[in-house]
Design a protein around this ligand. Structure first.
Ligand code: C6P
Length: 416
């Protein structure tokens, strides 16, 4: 940790790379250039060691034994909740619920809150930028309960049409559920201002921070939101772990999502009562190793400093945009305004299918994603089916961007 803090202030991606064992391997005989960080991030040695240590030395179930191992596992798992709470500025650690991922978090809120608190005719406001995970659960409630989904659009610069927000917020709006940073365009939405306006009509606010939390400092008390969700694997943590932040009073008032072991206080055949927060929402044996691993990822990110990560990514982003914009056969989506962005660029090479672009980049050891990025409504709004996408993180450098652009030139020559 001390080593990391000393590095804070400016990021040296080449030094940081040494913390990530995956960069020791080659892909097709070439050094790995990992530009698929929006899909998932690589894991530092400290996270891998933490999981290894847990299984080697502490492995045991939590809340279920008085023996030493069970006590240690329980403390480690609860500590991980505390780390996440501190990381996002939550008042209390019991406001953090561990889930499998952002998708499960959103489903938990749709079932636990929406199913019981929304009535026919109530409205949920989302945006056209949403990931499918923040669309489909509300469609389930629309079909089940007769709620209405309103959608805030995006302009051709890739920004939300904020001037249309007041008309979409009505006295029937019970929830505004918005993506913080787009995993397709990189746009960072003004969630604090949107929250302020939502509160004026008495709506709750849910932030999908899956694409923002790994890349910029977030403070839920400053935003003023009621819920926030994210995935561990997009922030250097393990797969299979995500979380919800929820205001304590709302979580207390919510119904459980899953029923069974550990989420109960007392069970009789006549009636069962629920455990205290956050365990009411963590039924069954949880992903203990994953939770502890997420805590280690938070320690690592804290050691680097989120502002440093953001500054580094902004530098990479403007460098990449400048390089790529030099070629009129590269079509870049979004990034046309001065709004804050995270390091995500969706693009197409004229006349070449994005899967071919990604395939040829892979030949050079460069990992990017191609496809619809689980955001089909946004894709169709911007008149595209698929794109290639590069996405940066703290271990990427400018030489990697140069190599990527050089390879795109080859792609154009061969396929275009
Ligand atoms: N986006 C991407 O390649 P899960 O899959 O549950 O961990 O995360 C879902 C999710 C929700 N919201 C946003 C903004 C996201 O970016 C994601 C995950 C990945 O863009 C995988 S589809």
């Amino acid at each position: 940790m001390e080593k990391l803090i000393q590095r804070a202030g400016s990021i040296d991606p080449n030094l940081l790379k040494k913390d990530f064992p995956v960069f020791e391997r080659k892909v097709h005989g070439k050094p790995l250039i990992y530009l698929d960080n929006a899909a998932t991030t690589q894991k530092p040695q400290s996270v891998i060691d933490c999981i290894d240590n847990y299984y080697r030395n502490h492995n045991s179930n939590i809340h279920r034994g008085v023996h030493t191992l069970s006590y240690e596992s329980t403390v480690m798992y609860e500590d991980a909740h505390k780390k996440v709470a501190d990381f996002i500025g939550a008042d209390k650690w019991n406001e953090i619920i561990f889930t499998r991922n952002a998708t499960e978090s959103l489903n938990l809120l749709a079932y636990g809150w929406g199913l019981h608190r929304l009535e026919e005719g109530d409205e949920v406001l989302i945006t056209i930028m949403e990931h499918h995970s923040n669309i489909v659960p509300w469609q389930m409630l629309r079909d089940l309960k007769g709620i209405k989904i309103n959608v805030l659009g995006v302009d051709d610069r890739g920004d939300l049409k904020l001037d249309e927000l007041p008309d979409l917020l009505t006295e029937r709006t019970k929830l505004v559920s918005i993506i913080h940073a787009s995993n397709v365009l990189g746009t960072v939405n003004p969630v604090k201002e949107i929250t302020r306006q939502a509160k004026e009509v008495g709506a709750l606010v849910l932030i999908d921070a899956a694409q923002s939390i790994p890349h910029l400092p977030i403070d839920v008390s400053e935003i003023g939101c009621d819920f926030l969700v994210a995935s561990g694997h997009k922030m250097l943590g393990p797969t299979g772990i995500g979380f919800i932040y929820g205001r304590e009073s709302l979580l207390e008032d919510m119904e459980p999502f899953m029923y069974g072991g550990d989420m109960i206080e007392k069970v009789t055949f006549e009636k069962s009562t629920w455990n205290e927060l956050p365990w009411k929402f963590e039924a069954g044996t949880p992903n203990i190793a994953g939770g502890i691993g997420l805590g280690a990822a938070v320690d690592y990110l804290d050691g680097i400093g989120l502002q440093n990560i953001l500054d580094h990514e902004e530098d990479l982003l403007s460098y990449a945009l400048e390089k790529m914009s030099a070629y009129d056969w590269i079509k870049i989506y979004g990034h046309k305004s001065t709004t804050e962005s995270v390091g995500v660029i969706s693009f197409n090479v004229e006349g070449v299918h994005p899967h071919d672009v990604a395939g040829m980049l892979d030949e050079e050891g460069i990992a990017v994603r191609s496809g619809h990025h689980c955001a089909q409504p946004l894709m169709s709004e911007l008149s595209m089916d698929y794109t290639a996408r590069i996405s940066f993180y703290l271990y990427n450098n400018k030489e990697e961007i140069d190599l990527c652009v050089e390879t795109l030139k080859k792609v154009k020559k061969i396929f275009g």
